[in-house]
Ligand binder design. Structure first.
Ligand code: HEM
Length: 220
């Protein structure tokens, strides 16, 4: 990665190569966001219909949208590592890093809408939630902002590298803060709600680390 343009390319998952936007990139990203945002709205509506629109129902919808957001985020976070470790069949994941990241941002918007609703009902989350998760939401907003072609050069290569690596790692840590709470406690339903996400949360940095070690090994 040598400059901001390359950094924009790296967001698309092809470091140093895809400097220019691929033809049709913008409409494709817009479609991914629309589908992800629509799915999140549908999921939230279904949960609220089942659990009610009181505080508990909204908390259920928050838990559901958080899990939905985790899917595109996990794929965006690990796509490069998966392709490096398991071969070119997984390259499409790496190449679609930007779209997956924007799909995550779209689902997160619905999650934040539910937070706002909770606040309006007088049941605002505690200060720690705002601090820890507000920072994660800020990282997501910056990543989405600088993935816009015209703004992508502003942070420079180092700034972009920092934002991408530190920002995304902070977001996975925010997920870990919830998913690692107690995956093996409670009913079968509780375990099912946590365990798969716990495993994936732990696997994500491990996969990235393994890909880094592999790269260093091959560079020797
Ligand atoms: C990138 C940003 C965010 C991430 C990664 C995230 C992640 C999560 C996760 C994983 C859960 C499920 C918790 C569980 O099942 O135990 C959740 C629920 C929730 N989130 Fe977020 N969240 C984010 C932003 C925010 C923000 C900014 C707020 C409010 C300031 C917030 C408030 C809540 C609340 C109130 C719940 C429901 C907690 C409960 O009652 O169990 N989230 N979030």
């Amino acid at each position: 990665m040598s400059n901001g343009r390359d950094a924009a390319g790296a967001l698309r998952g092809v470091p140093g190569r895809a400097a220019a936007a691929r033809p049709g990139d913008r409409p494709v990203a817009g479609r991914w966001m629309a589908v992800a945002g629509g799915a999140a709205l549908g999921l939230a509506a279904a949960v609220l219909a089942l659990s009610g629109t009181g505080k508990d129902g909204i908390a259920d919808a928050l838990r559901a949208t958080a899990r939905l957001a985790f899917v595109p985020f996990w794929l965006a976070y690990t796509g490069g590592a998966l392709a490096a470790l398991f071969g070119p069949a997984l390259l499409p994941l790496k190449r679609r890093g930007r779209e997956l990241g924007l799909a995550f941002a779209a689902v997160l918007l619905v999650h934040l809408g539910l937070v706002a609703w909770l606040c309006l009902l007088g049941a605002a989350p505690g200060a720690r939630t705002f601090e820890v998760f507000g920072l994660a939401a800020g990282c997501a907003a910056l990543l989405a902002l600088f993935s816009i072609e015209r703004l992508s050069r502003l942070p420079g290569a180092t700034g972009w590298w920092l934002l991408r690596n530190v920002g995304m790692t902070y977001i996975i840590l925010a997920f870990a803060d919830d998913f690692l709470k107690g995956p093996l406690y409670g009913s079968v339903g509780d375990v099912a709600m946590y365990l798969p996400f716990t495993v994936l949360t732990v696997a994500a940095p491990a996969l990235r680390l393994a890909a880094l070690v592999r790269r260093l090994w091959h560079a020797r």
